[in-house]
Design a protein around this ligand. Structure first.
Ligand code: SF4
Length: 458
């Protein structure tokens, strides 16, 4: 860190060949120094210079990889403390904890919950990503538990929480191809733990009685040249866990001290002490400040809906609106006699409008053109939701092949577009809809009666 554009320029080949996409080596170097370009974009740079620069320009917080294939996730790699400075890059992940001391009924119930809570929100799958296996003293049950989950076929990354290196070497055979997290490294066992995971580069979870001892432990492990680490911030109290998490992140990012440049793990289940709503409140805190893995007691919709939505909002680019994919969405089993309703691709608008259409039970095609992810009036004012763009979208998406109905409902707030759309879409009747989405169900039921006669909706 801290290299200037000129420092980087000295290491470039100075050919000014433009292969990196910049007009000169100096312009490229300046972009690398500001973090807007990666040094690897120059194909002519020597491997020696590359390794020097990669080390010097790497973010102060390491990016680690856990899991494999469909369940592979990256954690850490953050460069800023506040989301308004720059986008946070690697979202936190949620874990549910199982222990060999739990009875079969409790384990079954948690596995069932993990399977059940799985839904899509703004194009993203919302579900628990990690299963944490805590060793509670019964070796046989611990091994059986891991085998059971492995055989269940659930898409999960594994976290083994155990300080017994012999037992870990046994259970790692079960999940050796799944790139698990191995948590339970202390100042007593760290050498054996590093030896256990080094060849496979599994992520090691570190814990210590205090922050200064955690710092020393990281230092000792770094001396062994092992840097695939995640830090347990402690779970004695909410206050201590929060202070530690913030201190770790500040030390790495503000002071550039890479000893604390690792993601963190928070056992919210322990902090909440069996209070589900406290668990939701504390998890919300650590989604924002700076939990990388948040361990929960269980998962249900009461936990998932607020927590996954908050995470999705925090880990998006604040300069880009959340939007849904432009498309023609069939709602309530729209068929070849269904009208078309059009609105913008701003995610919030889409969810409100589609929810009200579902409530009406009227089969409708919802046309969502590219409106820049803006709300209806803003998109209209910016020229991104115009009569021409709507008509073009209806034609290009082949709506006329999907329905014989030639009625297109537009938002009441842009009634002014009616004439333009009708001019560009001959044969279509453009109907000005409601100003507010909440009035759509009644409006659509009336429209359905007009198209299909009374009593057409089940
Ligand atoms: S590709 Fe490399 S050598 Fe060519 S202009 Fe860019 S930095 Fe210079």
């Amino acid at each position: 860190m801290g290299l200037t554009g000129l420092d980087i320029f000295k290491l470039t080949p100075k050919k000014n060949c433009k292969d990196c996409g910049f007009p000169t080596c100096l312009a490229f170097s300046m972009k690398v120094a500001s973090g807007a370009a990666e040094i690897e974009k120059c194909p002519h740079i020597s491997s020696d210079a590359l390794s020097k620069l990669a080390e010097a320009t790497a973010p102060p917080m390491k990016t680690i990889t856990i899991g494999r294939g469909e369940t592979e996730y990256k954690l850490g790699g953050e460069t800023v403390l506040y989301r308004h400075e720059k986008t946070f890059v690697n979202r936190n992940r949620f874990a549910v904890l199982l222990c060999d001391s739990m009875d079969d009924g409790e384990i079954e119930s948690k596995l069932h919950s993990i399977k059940r809570v799985n839904y899509i929100r703004i194009g993203e799958e919302m579900r628990v990503e990690i299963i944490a296996f805590k060793y509670g003293g019964n070796r046989k049950r611990y091994v059986n538990l891991i085998n059971k989950v492995k055989e269940s076929g659930l898409k999960l990354t594994y976290m083994l929480i155990c300080e017994d290196v012999d037992l870990l070497s046994e259970v790692l055979k079960i999940v050796k191809d799944d790139n698990p997290i191995v948590h339970g490294t202390t100042k007593e066992n760290y050498r054996d733990m590093v030896n256990l995971v080094k060849s496979n580069k599994y992520v090691l979870g570190l814990k210590a009685p205090s922050l200064s001892e955690l710092y020393d432990l990281v230092g000792e492990i770094q001396k062994l040249d092992y840097k695939e680490l995640i830090l347990d911030v402690g779970s004695n109290s909410i206050k201590e866990a929060f202070q530690n998490t913030v201190q770790i992140r500040r030390t790495a990012l503000k002071e550039g001290d890479r000893t604390f440049g690792y993601p963190s793990i928070i056992f919210v289940n322990q902090l909440a002490r069996n209070d589900k709503f406290m668990e939701i409140a504390i998890s919300s805190l650590f989604i924002m400040k700076y939990g990388s893995i948040i361990v929960l007691e269980d998962i249900d919709y009461a936990r998932a809906l607020p927590l996954f939505a908050l995470r999705q909002n925090i880990f998006t680019d604040p300069q880009r609106p959340m939007r849904v994919e432009p498309d023609i969405y069939s709602i309530n089993n729209a068929d070849d006699n269904s009208p078309v309703l059009c609105t913008v691709d701003f995610a919030l608008t889409y969810f409100i409008v589609s929810g009200e259409i579902e409530r009406s039970k009227v089969p409708v095609y919802l046309a969502i053109p590219d409106a820049g992810g803006l709300s209806v009036l803003t998109a209209w004012a910016a020229g991104k939701f115009s009569g021409l763009s709507i008509a073009k979208f209806i034609k290009e998406m082949g709506v006329e092949e999907r329905t014989n109905c030639r009625k297109l409902v537009i938002p009441g707030k842009v009634a002014v577009l009616k004439g333009d759309i009708e001019d560009s879409l001959p044969g279509w009747e453009v109907i000005v809809g409601t100003d507010e989405a909440m009035h759509l169900p009644r409006f659509l039921r009336e429209l359905d009666k007009e198209i299909n006669g009374a009593g057409s909706i089940a």
